[in-house]
Design a protein around this ligand. Structure first.
Ligand code: BJ8
Length: 423
């Protein structure tokens, strides 16, 4: 591994604490990923990235900053990457997925805040994540209350811009989101010093659409009864896609999809034919949160799809590429993003339709609906999710967890019993 200590020091990181984090990550990667058998060769790219997750990409971002480019850190799949890319900016995901960051978050937030929010705030204020140090501006959004209030605290420490996400999906809400995107574009222009033209936005829309298509290709391979990749590996691919350069991401996902398609043709599966197929739904699994997938897949089942923002909600639906004016493009962006079914919307029946559709497309035996503790939105939707699945005759297990491993034994028992029941 290259030596990134000087870079971390220059970023003003807490070196001692960060060293402690660096010590636990390799073991976790080894336990969760490298113990798997018969992995696709193309996973070598993501293995390398995760093995130096605080080194390789941060170093690239700093090099780009030296050329004058700005880095925007985001927390939600509602923030349109296309706008940033059109102004020659760079987007990096910032959601925290480790228990390591939670205590620093709890210094300023109530304990009864969801771990994703606590970890994100803790990663910034504790100075133990390079991505949080590198981003020139954070872009928040008004989705859940926990995030809204956390952004107020973060804005005291870093330039912050918050997008006002509608709470409903009426025609006027789609128009409002279009206006919000246009206003964000002006902010990005001002911050980067680069004008966003319709030509540049068209190119950015195309880049992100290509990334979405490549990720969809990988997911499509998971629909096969001959399962060519594990849920853990696909989750890693998805998590890294939030940080990576979008064109390289598309290239790597297409390379992986080529191999997976070939595996299916040759009958190469990572599990036996009778392995139970699970769809997981719920709150996002930010890197390095692999707890749920690891428990499911080491209990004898396979995760074949994620109805999550670290899953289908991230890449399904393309932006219309036929628009040639900025106004038309902002509307096309709004229409695409407003198709994402987050529990912060009311009503949110589209998410139920998505879950039922995905259960059929991915030929699942059961659904595990898992939300992070203190996420009232997804927790409340469990009621409608389980009712709809029951009506459709699809077994469902509802879970709640956080980033701590303290409940791993209990979760394993419940997941094991669920898989047993599916048999
Ligand atoms: S579009 S899911 S990425 S808001 S888990 S922080 S909702 S209390 S992450 Fe999300 Fe955008 Fe929606 Fe997706 Fe709040 Fe819930 Fe925590 Fe959450």
């Amino acid at each position: 591994m290259a030596d990134y200590r000087q870079m971390w020091n220059d970023l003003g990181m807490d070196m001692e604490n960060h060293d402690a984090l660096c010590q636990v990550l390799p073991t976790a990667v080894g336990d969760v990923f490298l113990t798997q058998e018969n992995r696709p060769k193309a996973m070598d790219f993501w293995d390398l990235v995760i093995s130096e997750v605080h080194g390789i990409r941060p170093a690239e971002l700093i090099e780009e900053q030296k050329k004058g480019r700005k880095v925007f850190g985001t927390f939600c799949v509602y923030v349109p990457d296309e706008v940033v890319i059109a102004a020659d900016g760079i987007v990096t995901g910032l959601c925290g997925g480790s228990q390591f960051w939670v205590p620093d978050g709890e210094k300023v937030l109530p304990k009864s805040t969801c771990p994703l929010v606590k970890a994100s705030v803790g990663a910034r204020l504790g100075r133990t994540c390079p991505f949080f140090r590198i981003a020139d501006m954070y872009v928040g959004e008004t989705t859940c209350d926990g995030k809204k209030k956390a952004y107020e605290i973060l804005s005291e420490d870093v330039p912050m811009y918050v997008m006002d996400v509608p709470q409903m999906k009426r025609e006027k809400d789609i128009l409002k989101w279009k206006d919000e995107i246009a206003q964000f574009a002006r902010k990005v222009e001002e911050f980067t010093g680069n004008e966003i033209t319709s030509e540049k936005l068209a190119k950015a829309i195309h880049i992100i659409n290509e990334k979405r298509k490549a990720m969809q290709r990988v997911y499509d391979c998971r629909k096969s009864k001959c399962l060519p990749i594990s849920g853990r590996d696909t989750l890693l691919m998805t998590q890294i896609s939030f940080f990576d350069d979008p064109e390289r991401c598309a290239q790597m996902c297409n390379r992986l999809a080529d191999e997976l398609e070939e595996r299916i043709q040759n009958g190469v599966s990572v599990v036996s034919q009778d392995t139970k197929r699970i769809l997981v739904t719920g709150t996002p699994l930010a890197v390095p949160n692999w707890k749920l997938h690891n428990l499911i897949e080491t209990s004898g089942a396979a995760v074949v799809c994620e109805e999550m923002c670290t899953g289908t909600r991230y890449f399904e639906n393309l932006v219309d590429e036929t628009q040639t004016t900025l106004d038309g493009q902002f509307m096309a962006l709004s229409e695409r993003y407003m198709k994402t079914n987050c529990a912060c919307f009311t009503p949110n029946t589209g998410r139920i339709d998505d879950i039922l559709r995905l259960a059929e497309e991915y030929k699942v035996d059961g659904v595990i609906d898992c939300s992070l503790k203190f996420c009232c939105l997804y927790d409340t939707e469990k009621y409608s999710v389980s009712r709809a699945l029951k009506k459709a005759g699809i077994p469902c297990l509802s879970l709640e967890t956080d980033y701590d491993d303290a409940d791993a034994g209990q979760l394993r028992t419940r997941i094991g019993a669920f898989i047993e029941m599916l048999s």
